[in-house]
Write a protein that binds this ligand. Sequence first.
Ligand code: AHZ
Length: 307
Amino acid sequence: VATDTAIIEDRPAYSTKKNTAFVDKLDDVLEDYEGNYRFAPIEEAQVSRAMIKRYFNTMYERAVSDVVIVGAGSAGLSCAYRLATERPDLKVTILEANVAPGGGAWLGGQLMTPMVVRKPADRFLRELGIPYEDEGNFVVVKHAALFTSTILSRVLALPNVVLMNATAVEDLIIRTDFQGRQRVAGVVTNWTLVALNHDTQSCMDPNTITAPVIISATGHDGPMGAFSAKRLVSAGLLKELGNMRGLDMNRAEPAIVNGTREVTPGLILTGMELSEHDGSNRMGPTFGAMMASGIKAAKEAIRILDS
Ligand code: AHZ
């Protein structure tokens, strides 16, 4: 009786004369086959195993990470890019509750597509090779998705980065040392579809990832936002939330960048989550502070890890 692995492995390699010839353009094959386009054969189980093996190996390996970034919006992605390029030795694990990473950075303001970035944050756009129009004190990227898709592709191409989307952080791991000091030492995770159904199903226990540094970039309050800041309050590590104040672009952007820091041992806040923690203003649709705050959070993480 053949085992299922034998069935898969006994298949001859796909080799027709035309297919073994090196072609670097799919168009050439399409033309060659003149309406008889074929794929190399595959077993359904090979597809399942190709995904399962990698996904669960990744979960296994990243159960202990060097840095976990919670939230893949503009701040979280900017942070991941700087951290993982500057320190290729670090295992950087990004957890994003949504299926689509990118947070609010697929659009500019009021569902319009251009993205405004105040100087000097335009330097980051040049570093990433993202074109823009210069308007003097600020620049405009023609479509926010150009920024987000570019930084996402750069981040995902880095070998030390893992992004687990559709995965929500449900809680923080908080340890107390022998002197009674508390430290954030990891995150409690669940697939978002599970996290959204705790009210409808009996106990569906979570999973964990431990790391010496957690960077929370979950945005301002909303269905999922400001997650870690709110948890600090309910865990007794923060007396109360500052609550995000009204819109003031000139106050808000420097406040977020300059305030980016380790707010409690082991936990760095970046991006708009910080406005809920500190009670700083919102800036509305200008994104330079998200990039600069993410970069500052990366530097802060490196400082903590190296200390
Ligand atoms: O899905 C969220 C989003 O992609 C994700 N997230 C939130 N809670 C999570 C959780 N587990 C995992 N518990 C979670 N992921 O975090 C991401 C936050 O992205 P964002 O774009 O909302 O925040 P940001 O701080 O990167 O950027 C804010 C952009 C804003 S808001 C604003 C204003 O309202 O004035 N102005 C700007 C520039």
